[in-house]
Design a protein around this ligand. Structure first.
Ligand SMILES: Nc1ncnc2c1ncn2[C@@H]1O[C@H](COP(=O)(O)OP(=O)(O)OP(=O)(O)O)[C@@H](O)[C@H]1O
Ligand SMILES: [Mg+2]
Length: 457
């Protein structure tokens, strides 16, 4: 039997240790909550110097001044006061309160040599809809581990979901939605004031702010089950490009093999095809334009700037599977496949983009899906399809496209909601496309159809 030696510590040493710990805790509190500590300190000093009545009056005057400022500039007041105050409240009472327990239970904390270690919660930021936590990972930890624990994290902090993003090595950002900004239908976005080509306002992001999708210099794949709202993505992009099309900076080429979607606004397309033969011809024409531009640009420039001579050509394809998989004529299928592969591999540098929608994201249906740099996953039928569309690990990072809700009768529930994964940003973002109704499309045709456009020119 071995027992550790018991050394009697003199009381003074114990007191010094306690005092030291109390000082360290005080310093830590001041460092973590400078505003709250400053308020307490100013009140204390005020009471000591001028008495509590004058201190209370002083606070009353300050509160009045702040309220008047908030009434005059409410948006600024919400940004400067409300969200930071809410962030502080949630940091203290939700996140820090449960932090160590949640880290331990979700497997992100470790015990080494009898001591417990957990990732450090550095900051909480709030906006209207989400909480964003900045976390310093433990040395040797990977953001993948957080991605794998996202279900436990959302459960632990009482959120419906959690998204994980690593902005730089050693750090991870956890996003917890508080309320769903995307629960309501987003009406068609207003036309841009000035013609824009590079990015288009297509809807609302999870933070409640307009979301701009890049269309120039990329290709976009939009996948979703039937009724998921692929049409709203296609039409929102088309709508945002119409002013640029009117001034000749954009050309819209529509391929509508199902004849149920783009035909409705046919007059908005500079070129349009619906039968497989026409589609193959049109795609080959796009390839020819691409080669002609590549010949001219070779050795002169390396990227495309939209001009009226060389406008950005967006080839919009609804239900691309009709052309690539469900096409019985093998010759046509091969021609279409070759043209699409050529466009998606070489088109973007010369100003030709492909935006394609499809229901079934399997490789057999669209073998070139990896050639689309930017991807949009609307509601999907199975969890396995999420990574097929957005790339490996997307679902682990919170892209729960298979859980986007649907309603047996109300088609608008969850329609248009999607996870977007961009080439230059691996973490998926949740966005709802604006719903461009039939009336909106009619109005777009009236305002921007080819006849009207040539009149303007
Ligand atoms: N962004 C949206 N917001 C609200 N409701 C929408 C939105 N997009 C679509 N809807 C509703 O969902 C219905 C189906 O949408 P849409 O036709 O675009 O689906 P889809 O994905 O193209 O389906 P399919 O593959 O069968 O063509 C629309 O008629 C509309 O009622
Ligand atoms: Mg459709």
């Amino acid at each position: 039997m071995f027992a550790p030696t018991v050394i009697k510590t003199p009381a003074v040493i114990t007191l010094v240790v306690w005092l030291w710990r109390a000082l360290a805790a005080l310093a830590r509190t001041v460092w973590r909550h400078p505003v709250a500590c400053a308020l307490v300190a100013v009140s204390g000093v005020g009471c000591y110097l001028v008495g509590w009545r004058i201190t209370v009056m002083g606070w009353g005057v300050a509160a009045g001044a702040v309220s008047s400022w908030a009434a005059l500039w409410p948006a600024a007041a919400v940004r400067v006061l409300v969200w930071p105050a809410l962030a502080w409240w949630r940091l203290v009472w939700v996140y820090r309160w449960r932090w160590r327990a949640v880290m331990a239970v979700s497997g992100l904390g470790v015990t080494l040599g009898g001591r417990g270690y957990a990732p450090e919660l550095v900051r909480v930021r709030c906006d209207r809809n989400t909480d964003r936590l900045t976390v310093k990972m433990l040395a040797g930890q990977a953001d993948q581990q957080f991605a794998e624990a996202q279900a436990g994290l959302s459960n632990g902090f009482g959120a419906v979901s959690c998204r994980v993003f690593s902005p730089r090595p050693g750090w991870v950002t956890l996003t917890f939605p508080r309320r769903d900004a995307l629960a309501r239908v987003v009406p068609a976005r207003p036309y841009p004031d000035a013609p824009t080509v590079t990015t288009v306002d297509v809807g609302i992001g999870e933070d409640g702010r307009p979301y701009r999708l890049q269309v120039h210099g990329t290709h976009v794949l939009i996948a979703g089950a039937t009724g998921a709202g692929k049409g709203s993505w296609l039409w929102s992009v088309i709508r945002g490009l119409l002013p640029a099309r009117r001034v000749g900076l954009v050309r819209l080429w529509g391929l509508d093999p199902k004849r149920m979607e783009l035909s409705f606004g046919r007059a908005l397309f500079d070129r349009y095809a619906s039968t497989p033969d026409e589609c193959a011809d049109l795609l080959e024409e796009a390839v020819a334009v691409m080669h002609e531009r590549a010949d001219r640009y070779a050795g002169v420039r390396r990227s495309h700037v939209p001009t009226t001579q060389d406008p950005f050509v967006l080839v919009v394809v609804d239900e691309i599977a009709f052309l690539t998989a469900y096409q019985a004529d093998k010759g046509l299928k091969a021609r279409i496949g070759a043209a699409l592969a050529t466009l998606t591999t070489q088109g973007r540098a010369v100003g030709i983009g492909v935006m394609a929608a499809l229901q079934d994201p399997r490789k057999e249906v669209l073998s070139i899906r990896h050639l689309f740099p930017d991807k949009v996953a609307l509601r999907l039928d199975e969890p396995g399809q999420v990574d097929m569309v957005l790339g490996d690990g997307a679902r682990d990072r919170g892209a729960l496209a298979d859980q986007i809700p649907r309603h047996p009768t109300d088609k608008s529930v969850g329609a248009g909601v999607a996870y977007v994964r961009l080439e230059n940003r691996p973490d998926p973002i949740r966005v709802r496309a604006a719903y461009v109704s039939d009336d909106d499309i009619r109005q777009m045709v009236l305002k921007y159809s080819t006849a009207m456009a040539s009149e303007v020119r």
